[in-house]
Design a protein around this ligand. Structure first.
Ligand SMILES: [Zn+2]
Length: 218
């Protein structure tokens, strides 16, 4: 069967940029990105590399025709735009987690505080257990765009986490849809903010999956 590029996936990505900005996933242009994988073809649709003769100063200006399309190996399939420089990381995650359909890579405020302290976001709220896989681990540091970013983030995510931090950089959220990615991203930021303040009050008290499922264990 011939593999086809689907325009609707480009539209989904272009439309997601509006919410990406509204939800404070990025403080400004060229900072963070998203991709979606078509499980039928394996093609990945991603935000473009904004250094490739293309600068977008307002996320909502992203258009469907600006979306880059690559195969599982990262070869450009269609489009005048190269994908985000973090494409090696997206490819590594998609390879390690075959169920993942959407990756949201953000540079949000509260999660970045943990990323810059190179600390895991502790598991303190029930919704972290329900939606994020518990605590959010911080991966080892690697320069933005390097192959090692992908290696380290895959290692941190393991098979159970849906979120992880890139040391001194930002966050990554895995999901099965765009709306789930944004919901998880908001839960992640909420958990990070709560944990920062809990630390100020003497220390965040962690919970775990066993306690979450059986409160009599507390
Ligand atoms: Zn980044």
């Amino acid at each position: 069967m011939e593999k086809k590029v689907k325009f609707e996936y480009k539209e989904i990505m272009a439309n997601s940029a509006k919410r990406f900005y509204k939800d404070h996933c990025s403080p400004a242009f060229d900072s963070g990105d998203m991709s979606i994988r078509d499980l039928d073809t394996g093609y990945i649709y991603a935000y473009p590399d904004m250094k490739d003769g293309f600068h977008l100063y307002d996320w909502p200006e992203l258009r469907a025709e600006n979306i880059a399309v690559v195969d599982e190996e990262g070869n450009l399939i269609e489009g005048d735009y190269k994908p985000t420089i973090e494409m090696p990381m997206h490819l590594a995650i998609y390879k390690a987690r075959p169920e993942t359909k959407v990756i949201l890579h953000s540079h949000p405020l509260w999660s970045s505080i943990y990323a810059c302290a190179q600390k895991d976001i502790p598991f303190t709220l029930a919704e972290q257990g329900l939606f994020l896989g518990g605590a959010t681990p911080c991966a080892k540091y690697a320069p933005a765009g390097s192959k090692e970013v992908g290696e380290y983030i895959v290692e941190a995510l393991g098979k159970e986490h849906n979120t992880a931090l890139l040391a001194n950089h930002g966050a990554v959220v895995l999901a099965s849809s765009v709306s789930e990615a944004f919901a998880r991203s908001l839960f992640l930021e909420h958990a990070a903010q709560v944990a920062v303040f809990a630390e100020l009050l003497g220390g965040a008290k962690e919970i775990n999956m066993d306690i979450l499922l059986d409160p009599s264990l507390m």
